[in-house]
Ligand binder design. Structure first.
Ligand SMILES: [Zn+2]
Length: 203
């Protein structure tokens, strides 16, 4: 593994359903490990010193020429700047179009009120940085499987990640990374059983 000889800055377990945030410097590596498999990890990022510049899903897909990001692809801001590079990916299937779950969408789709959600996690994680609901944009879902059929039909289906699958992202600017370890229990994105993930930052 490319990060084996690197020095570890942080090595954390993010409990099922919980958020995680960290500011990274250029060159630092962020490894996200799906410890038990089939766990969606919702992800947003912002330029640390000017968070009005943030991840842009549409431009990232256009530059990658695919909706399925993997090793070698960049994660781009709305200003055309590369925020992260995906340097390793043992899973090979992640989602760029499904967005994050919210209590409101869960109520609409599943008829249940006041569920824990990724949007609530994002809001908790962003609040200390002065960011709020207007700043929660379309996000990446690591390890979430949203296939699109030839006729355009799409949907959240069983994840393809196995226990221990991981991605490694290299920061390309001073960047604020925000994770929601998805608490969803009403569709297959977490195998109907949210589980912990491991987050390792090294340099
Ligand atoms: Zn979620």
């Amino acid at each position: 593994m490319t990060t084996q000889s690197a020095s570890i800055v942080e090595d954390s377990i993010v409990a099922a359903g919980q958020p995680w945030t960290r500011r990274l410097r250029p060159g630092q590596l962020l490894r996200i490990v799906d410890l038990e498999g089939r766990q969606a990890v919702d992800f947003l990022c912002y330029r640390a010193d000017d968070p009005a510049e943030r991840y842009n899903a549409a431009d990232t897909m256009k530059y990658a020429k695919t909706i399925f990001l993997t090793a070698g692809h960049g994660i781009y801001s709305d200003m055309g700047r590369r925020m992260f590079t995906i340097v390793e990916d043992t899973c090979g299937r992640h989602d760029t179009i499904g967005g994050c779950c919210s209590a409101e969408s869960n109520e609409l789709r599943y008829g249940v009120k006041d569920t824990p959600s990724c949007r609530q996690n994002f809001l908790r994680a962003l609040a200390p940085f002065g960011l709020g609901r207007k700043d929660v944009v379309a996000n990446i879902n690591w390890f979430m499987n949203v296939p699109v059929d030839a006729d355009g039909a799409m949907g959240i289906t069983d994840g393809l990640s196995k226990a221990g699958d991981y991605i490694v992202l290299r920061a390309e600017m001073d960047v604020l990374a925000v994770i929601s370890n998805c608490p969803q229990t009403r569709n297959p994105c977490n195998g109907f059983n949210p589980t912990p993930i491991r987050v390792v930052v090294s340099e």
